[in-house]
Design a protein around this ligand. Structure first.
Ligand SMILES: Cc1cc2nc3c(=O)[nH]c(=O)nc-3n(C[C@H](O)[C@H](O)[C@H](O)COP(=O)(O)OP(=O)(O)OC[C@H]3O[C@@H](n4cnc5c(N)ncnc54)[C@H](O)[C@@H]3O)c2cc1C
Length: 374
């Protein structure tokens, strides 16, 4: 068990991916870093376990090489709606399906080796201008990072709860022992829910249901997706269903005084985007740069910039979730012109300029309009 120090440069509250990434980035800039988490590794969580190519690049920039041999690559994304499907490869490399526990274990190893002081099984019960109360003891800290997840107590303690907007859905995840049947991460659109399927090993897939109904479970939804149900009927589920809340939340501010929020604590985009991990890797680098400069306002500005594209994509995906005829029209149009889907995917992973993204969006809109009335 790690003994907590009397003081530290940066105290990170929460040792999920955001806390570990933030701690690692700050440590690499020479800060003395202490991290505490109430749980012990490897920490699991309901997650689609897909990391997009831009997320892998952001992890690489942190000095966090994610070992492809620990997971399973995927070439791109496919959308499925009724009998209509469309797929496109990523224009900038592969994505990686990686079990959440494997991701956590590898991040813990890298952070420990970089010299981050890790205190597991240590709950933080409060913060003050002097520092952090962890495991009942005061640790003085120049900076405090709240990486304590979507339900962040630090956000509350620091008075950073004010939101521009917030909505919630529910995600239920389960693993099945079966060889991935596609080189793509699949998103299956249904009424008021989606299933998405990520290959995570040569003989395992991760299946997630995302819905607005907290009582709905995978077994309730599967009959609505006969093709997926047929494949999974021959596969053994390797664990119980794990649920979680996925929030679309944009905060008015992510810093106050010497406190900064990172990861889901600092706001989030709906899980259907698969961008949560990419966002928090990018935020971690931005936070460490701001700490090194001694100016958290730099982080505030960079956090806003990083969030814009995923928020826009999440808005579009949630529109498709809520409007069936719009969704059918959009997926039909993209299936007829797959390069429109490829353009959307390139926008999603940040590989298309804003002007080219706009042109692609207009072309898609035009195709939807000229294919009939909505
Ligand atoms: C259903 C679902 C599917 C998703 N699919 C994907 C996907 O495919 N790809 C993707 O990139 N993203 C996905 N996401 C998003 C991604 O999982 C999150 O963005 C990511 O887990 C956020 O990590 P975090 O470190 O901010 O928070 P968390 O992982 O929630 O970690 C917070 C940590 O803080 C600790 N903590 C809390 N309070 C305290 C306290 N008082 N003291 C000490 N410790 C404390 C907790 O123990 C926890 O370990 C998905 C999310 C959901 C819900």
């Amino acid at each position: 068990m790690t003994t907590l120090p009397r003081s530290t440069d940066l105290f990170v509250i929460g040792g999920g991916p955001a806390g570990l990434a933030g701690a690692l980035a700050a440590r690499r800039r020479g800060l003395d870093v202490t991290l505490a988490d109430a749980s012990v590794p490897p920490i699991d969580k309901a997650c689609g376990e897909g990391i997009m190519p831009d997320g892998l690049a952001a992890a690489g920039a942190l000095g966090l090489p994610l070992d492809a041999s620990a997971g399973h690559p995927f070439r791109g994304i496919s959308f499925h709606e009724g009998n209509t499907s469309v797929e496109a490869p990523f224009p900038n490399g592969s994505g990686l399906g990686l079990r959440r526990t494997a991701l956590h274990e590898s991040m813990v190893t890298v952070a420990r080796e970089a010299g981050v002081r890790l205190a597991w099984g240590t709950r933080v019960s409060g913060i003050s201008p002097e520092g952090v109360t962890a495991g009942g003891q005061l640790v003085r800290a120049r900076w405090i990072a709240g990486a304590d997840g979507g339900n962040s107590p630090v956000r509350r303690w620091a008075g950073l709860e004010a939101c521009h907007h917030e909505s919630r859905r529910y995600g239920f995840r389960r693993h099945y022992r079966i060889a991935p049947w596609s080189e793509f991460m699949e998103i299956h659109w249904g009424d008021a829910c989606q299933l998405y399927i990520t290959p995570v090993a040569a003989s395992e897939v991760c299946v997630v249901l995302i819905t607005r109904d907290p009582r709905r479970r995978l077994e309730d939804a599967l009959p609505g997706f006969p093709e997926v149900a047929r494949r999974l009927s021959a596969a053994q589920a390797t664990n119980l269903q794990r649920g979680g809340v996925t929030a679309s939340r944009r905060l008015q501010a992510v810093c106050r005084g010497n406190v900064a929020l990172v990861g889901d604590a600092s706001g989030s985009v709906d899980a259907i985007t698969g961008e949560g991990l990419c966002l928090l890797f990018q935020q971690a680098t931005a936070l460490a740069d701001a700490l090194a400069a001694g100016d958290l306002s730099l982080y505030q500005a960079e956090h806003r910039r990083i969030g814009r594209r995923p928020e826009w994509m999440a808005f579009m995906m949630l529109l498709l979730d809520q409007r069936r005829s719009l969704r059918q029209r959009a997926i039909g149009a993209m299936a007829a012109r797959p390069r429109l889907f490829a353009g959307m995917l390139a926008t999603h992973v940040g590989a298309l300029s804003p002007a080219a993204s706009l042109t692609n969006g207009l072309a898609l809109g035009w195709r939807m309009l000229t294919a009939g009335s909505l």
